[in-house]
Design a binder for this molecule. Structure first.
Ligand code: OKP
Ligand code: ZN
Length: 346
């Protein structure tokens, strides 16, 4: 197991988010990562590697320059304007209002945010920049280092981030950045198979008109789950990308049996394409006790999930996404990689 770590993750720690009408501690916290790391500490097969810095270009290949500059500068500007807490949006340019690049900070924040649950603080840019480098390092390890698998163990997650918007705890779309980097390095076909509980709306949108990156997501039905406005089964791609997006929304309560049926549909789609690298945005918020999700997977099921992913028989990059039951999160993530490893070494 080649595991890449981001040593800047603690720099991003939000003060809180709105949840069911109350301001509560952020679900997406540094303790998540510490607990995952602990689960791997005594694993002889785990090799911990430091990330390489590939610079800003791979990020700018996916995200708009003005958006990246916003992420780099907003907290500094926010403090200079006399604010003290985290940056949190409260107004959005919905249809009927003017969607304009505004000088007012609140207006600028609403322009780039799509949800209010994703605070920005002083260290956010450093944490997410390093997170993207961690993911790129895992991609390079697999794609150029010819390794069977690598794991980017970082936070915050990335799959909700669009080319020019942040939300759902995500700022830079690490999976998309990796997929694009593989294409830049010469891959003809890349597949992204998102197993986080939530639909990977940002990833879908970024590649929606393209046929070189297949995007698949197995997730909680957006009729009742975040991100609500995307993730339906009829979204199959546009233009050149028609047939290169597959959404597999499942009803609340879905267990491993139901999940595996969806996985088999996803697997056939991946196998039908000449995929060179498989990128797996890995969220374990499909866990039965996850506080913000509605599937019923068990700790043991994650071994099965890892084995199933390994049977796709592809060079695989796992990228850490969600999972908010912080007690079992480590064992759950460990089991996915351990199942993958066991199946690979069979
Ligand atoms: C990120 B990832 C309301 C909850 C809003 C939405 C969930 C973001 C999940 N307080 N947060 O896909 O695990
Ligand atoms: Zn999630």
């Amino acid at each position: 197991m080649n595991i890449f770590l981001n040593d800047k993750v603690a720099l991003h720690e939000g003060q809180g988010e709105m949840h069911q009408g109350k301001f509560v501690p952020c679900f997406e916290s540094p303790s998540r990562l510490n607990n995952i790391l602990s689960a791997f500490e005594n694993e002889p097969e785990a090799t911990f590697l430091n990330a390489t810095d590939y610079g800003l270009q791979p990020i700018l290949d996916v995200h708009a320059t003005d958006y990246v500059e916003f992420l780099q500068n907003i907290h500094k500007d926010w403090l200079a304007a006399g604010n003290t807490g985290d940056v949190i949006p409260y107004i959005w340019p919905v249809p009927g209002l003017k969607r304009i690049a505004h000088n007012n900070l609140n207006a600028r924040v609403g322009y780039y945010a799509f949800s209010s649950d994703t605070p920005i603080m002083q260290g956010t840019w450093q944490a997410v920049y390093s997170g993207a480098q961690t993911a790129l390092s895992a991609l390079h390890c697999v794609f150029q280092g010819n390794k069977r698998m690598a794991f980017s163990l970082s936070r915050p997650p990335g799959h909700h981030a669009h080319r020019s918007s942040y939300g759902g705890y995500c700022f830079l779309n690490n999976a998309a950045i990796c997929a694009q980097q593989a294409i830049t390095l010469g891959a003809k076909k890349v597949a992204i198979l998102d197993v986080d509980f939530h639909h990977g709306n940002g990833t879908q949108d970024i590649f929606y008109e393209r046929n070189d990156v297949l995007t698949i997501s197995i997730h909680g039905n957006p009729e009742t789950n975040f991100p609500y406005y995307l993730g339906y089964s009829e979204e199959t791609g546009a233009d050149e990308g028609i047939g290169f997006n597959l959404n597999l929304p499942l009803d609340n309560g879905a267990d491993m049996k139901v999940w595996l049926q969806a996985f088999e549909t996803a697997a056939s789609k991946v196998k039908a394409m000449d995929t060179e690298v498989l990128i797996v945005p890995l969220g374990v918020d499909t866990f039965v006790d996850d506080p913000i999700s509605n599937f019923t997977l068990t700790t043991e099921d994650y071994l099965t999930m890892g084995e199933a992913i390994a049977r796709l028989d592809l060079p695989t990059v796992f990228i850490m996404e969600g999972g908010y039951d912080v007690g079992p999160i480590g064992q759950n993530v460990f089991n996915v990689l351990s199942g993958f490893n066991a199946e690979t070494n069979k």
